[in-house]
Design a protein around this ligand. Structure first.
Ligand SMILES: C[S@@+](CC[C@H](N)C(=O)[O-])C[C@H]1O[C@@H](n2cnc3c(N)ncnc32)[C@H](O)[C@@H]1O
Length: 258
């Protein structure tokens, strides 16, 4: 069974689009003349919906039925059961492709890029992803050290990803860092950088794939240490300055072509 058929059951409870991420995505798309966007690994349509609301035609491709079933329908969003490596779309159907926090889940990233190129031709590619070189700097890994190996083996180094996109599509890539706001609405892994208590909530952890990969011993030991350090204010002595910081660059970024 696909991972998101298991962990995606209550995805919409914690994984909503963040308005600041949407604004940046729109800014990048608006710089090119794009009208039809293929959203690959579209999940529940968190980012397809705001694009459709802005007038884009969206072709949302998602392999997990559990995820697709939670999507809000919209006349400008057409849903497809399919995966990035075999996009169920004819050649040159869209003028842009977006991949929002999904590229690291693809089985074959090169084949996915070739498929994207086939479907968008000279169109624009926009990825929202994570730079795995930053994971060791995130305090959360002190409590859950297994996240380091998970992230470093799941996400391609950004330089490799950029070079693969260039090789396959012949396009130059821009990297735009995305410091996370303190009140991030989309609860992905670094959501609690300034709000550590969030990780104590089962429903928040449930929407984060890295937590689902931890074994129960690692998870419980990390959680009880975090709980204790919050209670004794050890966490605040070390990281309390983050609580008043507005943004934090922990490695999330947009990679896009023109
Ligand atoms: C973290 S979710 C992101 C969903 C959505 N893009 C968002 O930002 O809310 C990752 C998504 O990638 C999908 N996925 C996994 N493997 C895939 C593949 N090979 N091709 C396309 N999508 C895939 C998962 O089913 C899941 O819905």
């Amino acid at each position: 069974m696909a991972l998101y058929d298991t962990i995606g059951r209550n995805y919409v409870q914690t994984r909503r689009s963040d308005p600041r991420i949407v604004t940046e995505l729109l800014r990048i798309l608006q710089a090119s003349s794009v009208s039809t966007v293929v959203d690959i690994g579209a999940g529940t349509g968190s980012y397809a919906l705001p694009l459709a609301n802005q007038g884009y035609q969206v072709l949302a491709v998602e392999p997990s039925a559990v995820m697709r079933e939670q999507a809000i329908s919209h006349p400008s969003i057409q849903w497809f059961d399919g995966c990035a490596e075999h996009l169920p779309l004819p050649d040159q159907t869209a003028d842009a492709a977006i991949v929002m926090l999904a590229f690291h889940h693809f089985q074959d990233d090169r084949q996915a890029l070739q498929e994207i190129y086939r479907v968008i031709g000279r169109g624009q590619i926009v990825l929202f992803t994570y730079d795995p070189a930053m994971i060791r700097q995130f305090w959360l890994t002190e409590y859950f050290p297994a996240f380091i190996i998970d992230v470093e083996t799941t996400f391609l180094p950004i330089s490799t990803l950029i070079s693969n996109i260039k090789t396959i599509t012949g396009k130059a890539i821009n990297r735009v860092s995305f410091p996370l706001p303190r009140d991030l609405a989309d609860s992905f892994m670094a959501v609690g950088w300034a709000r550590p208590e969030l990780y104590l909530e089962r429903r928040v952890r449930h929407g984060i794939s890295s937590f689902s990969k931890l074994n129960a011993t690692e998870r419980d030991s990390g959680l009880s240490r975090l709980q204790r350090d919050l209670k004794t204010e050890v966490w605040d002595q070390q990281y309390g300055h983050l609580r008043t910081q507005q943004n934090f660059d922990i490695g999330y970024c947009f990679l896009h072509t023109h």
